[in-house]
Write a protein that binds this ligand. Sequence first.
Ligand SMILES: [Zn+2]
Length: 293
Amino acid sequence: MTKRSVKRIPAPNRGKRSGYRPPVCIFCTAPPDSLEHILPVWTQEIIPPLPEATFSEYGRADGHYIAEDLTESLVSNRERGFDVAHLRVGVVSTDCNTGWMSQLEDAAKPVLSSLIRGEPRLLSARDQMTISTWMTLRAMVSEMLWPDRACTTQPDRHQFRAQQQPFQNSKVWLAYYPGDRNAKAVHRYATAHTATKGAPRQVVAHCITLRIGALVAIYLYSVVPALNTFYFEPPLAAFVSRIFPLPVDRLDWPEAVNPIPDVQIFNGVRKAFKEANEAAQQAALAGVRRRRT
Ligand SMILES: [Zn+2]
């Protein structure tokens, strides 16, 4: 193999990040002695992963990629083509991983397996809550790929371990994508604000999209109330169903077959997040102006 034929794209859990260990488990006070996959291992039974060493050219059509896009001045764009099935972070304790986290996965697996396979299914309000709770856990694990720019706090995570329900300041949507059934993706958009001059920027909102097969799950968490203006524009709006807050009694899944290419789904999510951020900033500026006059 010549040098040129090998495309070296470092995975986020390698190199710089491979050694990242928080002082304690992100959910409890025990040592973080366990590795957790970003996409749960059970999904590999449905979509067999590519060999770990396979790094494909970045291609949205292949759909094995990860991206982060931090808005405002902390800008960082990374897109990598490889199978995200292998991504792991060493941030949780064995007790958490094999205990309540495993139970939560077991509870979500039957319903999520259908959605990943793209099988029609009736989602009860309870199913929707199960998926939203699962997505909350996945978002908190996923954001540890960028540990210095995490959005959720340790108290939030302790609360989640105790209550195992989605946060009030979060939203969860599902979209059905019947394209490449083997595609997987992790996308994160985050925004950082500087509270006072010289103080470190704090990530105050983020939006994490997971795509596993036919399932696209979108998670928004924000400590900026104005980000509640987050909405999807057409045509994406017609193919996205909100399941938290206020899950409907019965959601006939899929509500509509999404004809939009997946690149447009991700771009639509990014656009929604950026526009909600701009609206939040304008609202904050207007508040400052009002206080000055
Ligand atoms: Zn723990």
